[in-house]
Structures are given as structure tokens and as C-alpha cells.
Write a protein that binds this ligand. Sequence first.
Ligand code: F6R
Length: 613
Amino acid sequence: MCGIVGYIGPRSAPPIILNGLKRLEYRGYDSAGVATIAEGEISVRRDVGKLKNLQALVGTNPLGGNIGIGHTRWATHGAPSERNAHPHLGSTGEVVIVQNGIVENFLELKEDLIAEGVEFKSDTDTEVIVHLIEKHYATGIPFVEAVRQTLQHLRGANAVVAMSTREPDKIVAARMGNAGGVVIGIGDQEMFLASDMPAILEHTRHVTFMEAGWMTVIDSNGYEITDFEGQPVEYKSQKISWDPVAAEKGEYKHFMQKEIHEQVRAITDTIGTRIDWKTGKVTLPELNLTPELANKINRIVITACGTAANAGMVGKVYLEKLARVPVEVSIASEFRYSDPIVDDKTVVMAISQSGETADTLAAMVEGRNRGATLWSIVNAVGSEAMRIADGCIPMHTGPEIGVASTKAFTAPLVDQYLLAMALADLRGLLSPKDQLAMANELAQLPTKIGTLLDREADVEKIARAIKDIDHCLYLGRGVNMPIAYEGALKLKEISYIHAEAYPAGEMKHGPIALLDEEMPVIAIATQDQWYEKMISQLEQAKARGAPVIAVATDGDQRVADLADHVMWVPDSSWLISPILTVIPMQILSYHVALLRGCDVDQPRNLAKSVTVE
Ligand code: F6R
């Protein structure tokens, strides 16, 4: 999704902006640009493709200035091209803007502007904004007022950042709806703006997150925030403790690989302070979970997209099994328009890595409007999904940069397990003995994940064996059924191999027709209550000539005899097993994609945070 960076201060703006954009690359983009004001003039550089193209352009055609804005674009209106890339300059050359999000009514606004004689230079929705600002600015009002009046015309959700040569000592930014965050970075005699923290972390950790409906004017000495009516709003700045090194690849080839390996630490941190190891009792301080609430809840609706929704499907099993609360998993883009049956005894719980996903945020708002208690499990600190919830479980995984989600899948599995334990305890369903036993098993989880990571080379061998396939079928049952879905999603999104997932029992109802030598089956067949049934599925697949790759419990000779390849996982209780079985799935997808020469961290057509519908 688009990324925005702004700078004003004593330093040269272009390198700060380009570096900031680099840190936002994980969001996905197809073109990039930067604009600065120097000697009373705006200069713009834009290019399609990777940021290195823009860097090269700025190298050969340098920019000056101590004030500037930059943008990475993920095309929504108008093809990826230089002319559609941001920043967009108005007709007078005095105003320049970038936008993240969408202007829904841009066509009617564009028609009106064209009728007034405005010439458009791009196919974007964004360009209407700059022309409208210019139109209002021409009446002699201050720049901030011109931006404010422009916002009154716009429908949609976006973040807009603008500057003008006539007031070259300020940047104006506005956030309308939930199309993505804007963070204001407060430096020493310098200020920053960005869509996300990594863009400015190396300069400051002192930040203010802008809410929807706020505008800010920054200059090198500070900032002011108002609402769209110009009234001051109450806001807080805060210190963020992320380590900038954590946003780097470090020793790994790709962020995805690094993040797969970070799961030991992420899960350790996730369990960390939340369990009293003497009693096994779980505390989730940010959730505001009271015994009254725990006993009042009669239904939980988990809402999320993609990988986060797959995590929710595992959570459903945990919450129903342990806390005996009925749980529904509803894909956010469906839930938001489903006229859902929700009341004040329902918890709507969103899961989101970015905390910015437009569909997930809209689903949360829908739940809130219908009286539900709103919970969220979120990774990005300070994001919307964290802030608007009544209670939150922060993921504690650190920034996830690779577009394919990995550590932000396993962390919410553990979070939901902890939540199920806490709820079960408060609802009188968990004996002290069981609680302690469960806590003890969780304590062993990081070590078991470490064991799985040590086996990366074995999984890589399997990746070599299957790297040229065109299709495959993932199967799982029970608590590992969602892992089949997640395994297939991981493979298809980064290697572009067609992968389908089914609950294994469904194979006989259709997908079995696909099986032959060209259609490998990747199945989770760990030793749990579904084991015999999974063995039978593997036999059926073999009988049709399909190569079988199984995820199996260490030492299982039966599976070893049946399967062509086995990805081994340490023994565990059935409830904990998906937190382990997904790891070889992630490693397999990573190596297959690598062997096929794919761009693992930034797969085609995908964005890290999907802040538009
Ligand atoms: C898959 C992936 C996506 C996201 C989905 C939701 O690897 O990353 O499917 O899981 O777009 O994103 P968040 O969790 O940010 O709401």
C-alpha cells in the first residue's frame, strides 16, 4: 500500500525522504516519487518500479531543499507509470501533494474541474485534490485553510500531505477515515511525517499518531493538530521503544527468512510476562477482561483477512474447546456488509498484523455500531485496530516487513491460546492443575520452534524436489485444517504456484478428481485424534499416484512409509500442534519461491497493508 514520508528541518530533505521510503518498501508499491521546495520552487522526481530507479534519478538530477514529501504508490486509479506516480503538482506549480488512499467521488470532482478549465496530467484520483487546493488557495486564504476547504469536497478514506511555495515553511497533512495511518515524528528543530514508524525510527522515537478526522501543520519547530473544522483536538505524543536494527534484514537473505527465524523470540515475548509460571495463570493487561465480562460473553466473532483469518480459525478451536464460547470466524470483507447479528453479549475480535487493513477496521466499526465489545490482536503499535478496540492483545513480534506474514501468524495463535486459558479460568472451566500443565507446555514451545528452524536444510531438500510443480493440494483436519489453508496461501503468494486447501474429509467430495502424478498432496498428519483419518487420506492420494508430502510427528514410521517426503515436527498436545506444524510450511514456501527466483519479500501484486477496499 502507498507510503508517505515528509521532512522539514535544517537537514537536506531528499536523502531523509528516500531513506524513509526505503523503510516503507515492505508495504508494496509500483512507483515512487519525491518533491522538495528549494529557492522558492517545487521540484519533483518520479519513476516507476523499484525505489532504486528513483534514487538513480535523484542521483543524476539532484534535488535541494530542507522541506519535502515523498511517496511510494500502489496503483488504484491509473496504471503504474511516471505520470501517475506521486507527488502531484498543481497547474500553478505552487502546490504539491501526495495521497495514500482513495477519493471515491473523484470522477464528479474531476468533471467539474475540467468544466472550469483545469487540465489534468494524470489518470489518478489524487490529482483532483491538488487542483482543488489551488482553487481555494487562489482566493487568498492561508494554505492550511485551502487544504481544509478541499477536504470538505472529498469522499473516501485517505491521508493527504501537501506543501506550497507560497508558505514554504510548513507541511500540511490530513487524515480522513481509515485508509492508513499518519505518524508525526518530533525531532530537535526538525519534524517528520510518515505512514508508518519504520520510516522515521532512525531519526526519532518521539511521535504522535494522527486520528481520522485530524489535520496537522508541521514546521521545523513543532506542530499543531486540529479537526477538519479547525478546532483544536486533544492529542498525546509518546515515546516508542522499537529498535531500528529490528527493522533490518541483519544476517538473513530476506525479511521473510529473518521473520521465520524470529519466531522463537516472538513466541518467547508473547508468552513472556503474561504467564505466572508458579500457577499457570494468564494475565492480558491491555484486554480489560473482567470476570463479569468473561461470564457475560455468549459469542465471539473473529474477523480478519488472509493469514490473520487463518489464525482466527485456529483461535476458534482454542476458544471453543477451552472456554466453551461459540466462535464464528468471519472474513472481514464479508462481515462488514453481512448485516451481522451482534449484540452486547457478543465480542467482535479483529486480528491484524498491520492494524490498518481497511476491511478489518470497517468490520470492527460494524461490530461496535451494533453494540458488541471490541477486542483486537494487533502487531503494529499505535495502529487504528489497536486504538479503537475496547481491549487489545498486542502481538509483541516487532515489525513484520516481509509481505508474506509469518511471525504475525504464530503470535496470534499463542495470543488466542492465552486468551482461551484466561477466559476458561474466569468462567470456572480450568482446574489449577490443567492450567499449570498448559503453561508448562507453552514454556517448551520456543525450544520446539528452535528445533524446527534447525531443520531448515531438510525442508529445503523437499523444496528442491517440488519446485517445478504447477499445482498442489493442501489437506488438514481439526485444529490443523487452518494450517492447510495457511500453507497453501503462503505457497501461492510467494511462489505463484496454484495451491488449494481443503479440510481433508472433503477430498472425496470433489478435489480427489484432480489427483494424479502431477498433483502433489501436502498434508498434516500429526498424531492426534484425526490421525487415522489422515492416514487414510494419504493412502487414497498415493493410490491415485499423487506424490505425498506429510507433516508428521517425530519418529512416526507409518507416515514415513507412506509419504514421499516428510517434514518432521516435535511431539506436542494436539491444541499446540498448529503452532509447530505451520513452521515447516512457511520454510517450504520460502525455499520453493527462492528456488523459482521469485521476489520473496515483495511478491507481485501484493501489498503489506491493504488500506483500501
Ligand atoms: C498473507 C498476508 C495477508 C494478510 C492480510 C491481512 O501472508 O500477509 O493475507 O494476512 O492482508 O493483513 P493484516 O494482518 O495486516 O490485517
